[in-house]
Design a protein around this ligand. Sequence first.
Ligand SMILES: *[C@@H]1O[C@H](CO)[C@@H](O)[C@H](O)[C@H]1NC(C)=O
Ligand SMILES: *[C@@H]1O[C@H](CO)[C@@H](O)[C@H](O)[C@H]1NC(C)=O
Ligand SMILES: *[C@@H]1O[C@H](CO)[C@@H](O)[C@H](O)[C@H]1NC(C)=O
Ligand SMILES: *[C@@H]1O[C@H](CO)[C@@H](O)[C@H](O)[C@H]1NC(C)=O
Length: 371
Amino acid sequence: MRNQKRLLALSFVSLLLFPGLCLYWTIYDIVGDSNRWNGTPIPAGNVEGSSDISPATESFESLDFGGFDNETGRSFDGRLIVPNLIHYIRFNKTTFTFVDYVCLRSAYIQQKPERIYLHTNVDVNNLTGRYWKWIQSEPDLYRRIVIQPIELPSEIFGQPLSDGWRLYHGSDIARIRTMMKYGGIYLDNDVYVVQNLDKYRKYEIAMGWDEGQFLGSQVIIAHHDARFLPLWLDTYQQYHADLWYYNAGERPTTEILHRQPELMHRVKWRFGVHMLMQDLYDSMEWPDWRLNQDTIHLLINHRSYLDPHFKEYPDFNDRNIQHYPYMFGQLARLVLPKRPSSATVRRYWNSTTVALDGIVNGQRSPDPTHD
Ligand SMILES: *[C@@H]1O[C@H](CO)[C@@H](O)[C@H](O)[C@H]1NC(C)=O
Ligand SMILES: *[C@@H]1O[C@H](CO)[C@@H](O)[C@H](O)[C@H]1NC(C)=O
Ligand SMILES: *[C@@H]1O[C@H](CO)[C@@H](O)[C@H](O)[C@H]1NC(C)=O
Ligand SMILES: *[C@@H]1O[C@H](CO)[C@@H](O)[C@H](O)[C@H]1NC(C)=O
């Protein structure tokens, strides 16, 4: 194991010295991923520490990113550098909403992660609800789920978190720490995954950052040694409890990235963390959404004041989604599993199985890595 690490470190150095090799390695890299997918099965519904599962593949390797190229990225030994782990943070959430479920399933279908970590302060026995049962009833999905206990932060660098926003600011902090511990793919609970994200797994860190905007922290794809992460956490030395997005987005953008843009692989549009309210909830067509987006932030907590049809559909579920006419309905229906108990779902599936098989088997249209 140690020898292997040394070899990896050597490969890294040689790649830095001989950039001509990179092209070869990057191509090789695309093939590299398939093996892991057939790796050792993970026991269902793991609670980390309480079972004997081994650590996930390559999540604990250390890398020195000095001089890293944020445009070309890098692979090691034919492998992508960011582990194929998905992380969700769920503070005080006992119930899986329909939207949580849709998003989790979109990530499962498109990304086929080795594990899906649910970092939560809720006891596993207290997780409830129809859609949690649905997750448990699907063996291949459920065996990837790891319930990872985590405490809701109460303070940061000696400063108490905002009373009203503790769950949110706590999650902002926890996602940085989680990425620094494991690396992988962090997703907000309302991020819908449109395409496989492997093309970003060769970067130190990739995040949504639109022109003239602050960084979007809803999607983070990073190695745990990414240099930006500790700098970001450190901005909480000046924590602003009264400002919603100061430490999560504003300060890391103005204080770190404006000075050192090379620390980030900037994704301007494809992570869909910009304002897509109208496309999702007020339009029946969204040409090329699949071509142009890799993920979409569903802005679910902002619907109550931004969605003109909110009163007709204050809540989504597997029944009303069948006739919900706007784009989000299409997105959701695409990732719902075949459920023999529901005639409507069955009818829908009878007509769309072919389309969905295309997604499941990874036959996607080619699309560019860069924005
Ligand atoms: C989180 O849940 C616990 C247990 O139900 C509760 O005591 C606490 O007040 C909740 N925290 C917040 C910030 O809502
Ligand atoms: C779980 O639920 C029980 C009651 O149903 C409650 O006493 C306990 O505090 C809950 N635990 C957590 C961690 O939420
Ligand atoms: C990479 O870093 C440079 C600064 O060195 C910056 O100008 C460029 O926009 C960055 N590229 C991406 C894709 O983030
Ligand atoms: C769906 O197709 C199956 C056969 O593939 C058929 O038995 C069933 O009746 C169909 N369901 C509906 C609702 O059309």
